[in-house]
Design a protein around this ligand. Structure first.
Ligand code: ARG
Length: 459
């Protein structure tokens, strides 16, 4: 018979058991469920809500179940519906009468909220750790390439020269923000909901702070309806995961482009590429493509839960059982993607000569040439026009700006002097961009140090 079978005169239809049971996916919460029950039973004993000997027996029994579950020795049952009732039924089977006192002052509604709060905290910590590993690889790589010049793009057209370090540090900023978002998600999860009961608290004198202390929560929830109806902490995780996947996806897209024969900026390691079954010459960047692809899946998980939640009246509704598969999938996908991406990045070879060559083509120093004229007293708008004419001339002559002779330059404007060549070298273009946040090597080094300090201080 079901744990809730008292008021029923018929057994549940087999179709319903199969349809509404969540044990196939919420067994993943067994650790949290059992630890939560141990804390609840301990508190019930301390408060003399149940006899102390019963509390002790419950705790012992739960510890045994936990041990067996960790060793994979437990067979969960679909007719016991979910992880909460599976554990309770097993406990009573093992320790008898005392087991029936565990659920005093508690509902599955606040129990499932407790379990998912606990699980989300662990997920946030794991994800932050993966992000920190990735950021460290990026910082080390950036430090090696402070002087590696490459073209910067807008509209995927060559724009101005930057350095590889500067480009990589843009991603460090994104991943640092992702880390902040997951830390916020952690704070949202770090609130203990047990004691909310089914929806309206309980008449037993529960010591909620004590349960929070036993389970290492910083605070308790402050409204029993919200305590069981809230899934914001999962949505916080999933929206952070969506944004993080978007960043990874953009990075992957660049790796895919850079790995093409046309760009030739990177060489993916053989260990992170795959071949074609028909074209013997192929080496495809499948890992990067798959991360880009899985981004859509994480957005889908977020949208699924947002949509599930949007029309629900307070407080708990069974719809909310749908939170778990979406959340677990988002968590697994982002953690796996971060892990494989970091490993892939460690093995990428940057073709620095091709990058530098790429920077010299496409008139990336045109702005600097205009700035040169401005330094000679020419108004910027006039300088812009003169350089535009020079670029058109170069295109017709199939030359770069640096190929033009001084008399050729002076035909376009008399202010050009022999120092112009030095002023528009790629190196000078980068080094002159020397304000905070700009690509000059000393500025990028500063931002590497800032990021390192943040990682050390905030861990
Ligand atoms: N398996 C349920 C879930 O995941 C647990 C809560 C069930 N509560 C209830 N009143 N049916 O949401």
């Amino acid at each position: 018979m079901k744990l809730w079978g008292g008021r029923f005169s018929k057994a549940t239809d087999g179709l319903v058991d199969d349809f509404h049971s969540s044990i196939s996916f919420d067994q993943r919460l067994y650790e949290q469920d059992i630890q939560g029950s141990i804390a609840h039973a301990t508190m019930l004993g301390e408060q003399n809500i149940i006899p102390r000997e019963d509390a002790d027996r419950i705790v012992e029994g739960l510890k045994g179940i936990l041990q067996d579950a960790r060793e994979g020795k437990i067979q969960w049952h679909v007719d016991a519906e979910d992880i909460h009732m599976n554990v309770e039924a097993l406990l009573t089977e093992r320790i008898g009468e005392a087991g029936k006192r565990l659920h005093t002052g508690r509902s599955r509604n606040d129990q499932v909220a407790l379990d998912t709060h606990m699980y989300a905290k662990v997920a946030c910590l794991d994800t932050v750790q993966m992000l920190e590993d990735l950021i460290e690889v990026l910082l080390d790589t950036a430090e090696k390439h402070l002087h590696t010049i490459m073209p910067g793009y807008t509209h995927l057209q060559k724009a101005q020269p930057i350095t590889l370090a500067h480009h990589l540090m843009a991603y460090v900023q994104m991943f640092l923000r992702d880390r902040d978002r997951f830390r916020h998600a952690y704070a949202a999860a770090d609130v203990m909901p047990l004691g909310s009961g089914a929806l309206a608290g309980t008449t037993y004198p529960l010591n909620r702070e004590r349960v929070a202390e036993l389970l290492d929560f910083s605070a308790i929830t402050m409204n029993s309806l919200d305590g069981v109806a809230d899934r914001d902490y999962l949505l916080d995780y999933m929206s952070s995961a969506s944004i993080c996947m978007m960043h990874l996806s953009r990075f992957c897209e660049e790796m895919i482009l850079w790995n093409t024969n046309e760009f030739h900026f990177v060489e993916m390691d053989d260990a992170f590429s795959t071949g074609s079954s028909i074209m013997p010459q192929k080496k495809n960047p499948d890992v990067a493509e798959l991360i880009r692809g899985k981004t859509g899946r994480v957005y889908g998980d977020l949208l699924a839960l947002l949509t599930t939640m949007k029309g629900l009246p307070l407080a708990y509704n069974k719809d909310m059982q749908e939170d778990k598969e979406a959340f677990f999938d988002a968590r697994d996908t982002v953690v796996k993607s971060l892990t494989v991406f970091t490993a892939m990045l460690r093995t990428v070879t940057f073709r620095t000569e091709d990058m530098e060559r790429g920077a010299s083509g496409g008139f990336t120093n045109a702005t600097d040439l205009a700035d040169y004229l401005v330094r000679q007293g020419v108004p910027f708008r006039d300088a812009h026009r003169v350089v535009g004419e020079l670029v058109a001339h170069c295109i017709a002559e199939k030359k770069a700006l640096l190929d033009l002779t001084l008399p050729e330059l002076q035909q376009f404007h008399p202010a050009f002097k022999s120092d112009v060549y030095q002023a528009i070298s790629m190196k000078a273009c980068v080094e002159r961009r020397c304000i905070p946040g700009a690509p000059a090597p000393e500025m990028v080094m500063q931002s590497i140090q800032d990021a390192r300090t943040r990682l050390a201080k905030e861990s």
